[in-house]
Design a protein around this ligand. Structure first.
Ligand SMILES: Cc1cc2nc3c(=O)[nH]c(=O)nc-3n(C[C@H](O)[C@H](O)[C@H](O)COP(=O)(O)O)c2cc1C
Length: 187
């Protein structure tokens, strides 16, 4: 499969960047082709301008050139993956704004939906699984992102995987990188 991997972190050299590398190497082992969208390095502006506001009446809209080229990048791939740090129990603002602008009405939802086979969200986070479960942050994020965005836009096979303990010991980080390779292999 051709997979667009959307990466959102201020630094490519971060731990999330190492997760991205591990995940992509696993995908290559499995024979997938990858294209990386490094939103921050590319300077993607997450603020939705008037030109990208949905046309609720017709659903037909000529979006900004920036959005049109992002839509082209999404459309030329068979599947999607997101690699990001969890910030305040959600995706960082750039990923949120990328979805706001690019997954527009009449293109990703409404009369026309996305046709990608699957989408995986790889959420790198500090807190452990028990801390997430205690306040239901895990299910809240699944409802919001997998159900409310991925499934809502027509992608049936959506999943959210947490890589817990990203600020913990080097041993834990190494095990998270091994997990990222495995998720790439089994994508
Ligand atoms: C603004 C901000 C908000 C954060 N919010 C959360 C959070 O809600 N839950 C969590 O588990 N970790 C949270 N973290 C920790 C990050 O997920 C963690 O720093 C990151 O995954 C580590 O990867 P990095 O070193 O590549 O940035 C937050 C970090 C920042 C900077």
């Amino acid at each position: 499969m051709k997979v667009l991997v959307i990466y959102d972190h201020p630094r490519r050299s971060s731990f999330c960047g190492a997760v991205l590398d591990a995940f992509v190497s696993g995908m290559h082992e499995a024979g997938h082709l990858t294209e990386i969208a490094d939103l921050r390095a590319e300077g993607f502006d997450p603020r939705l301008p008037p030109q990208d506001e949905p046309d609720w009446i017709t659903g037909a809209k000529t979006c900004s050139p920036e959005v049109l080229s992002e839509q082209e990048r999404v459309a030329r791939n068979d599947a999607l993956a997101f690699v990001f740090p969890v910030w305040w129990w959600s995706v960082p603002a750039t990923t949120k704004g990328w979805i706001d602008r690019v997954w527009n009405y009449g293109w990703a939802y409404g009369d026309r939906k996305l046709t990608h086979q699957k989408a995986l969200l790889l959420a790198v986070c500090a807190s452990n699984a028990e801390q997430y479960a205690k306040r239901h942050y895990d299910s809240a994020m699944r409802t919001q992102l997998v159900q409310g965005v991925i499934d809502y836009c027509g992608i049936r096979e959506g999943s959210l995987e947490f890589l817990h303990g990203a600020l913990a010991s080097e041993d834990i980080r190494q095990s998270l990188l091994r997990r990222a390779i495995e998720l790439g292999r089994s994508f």
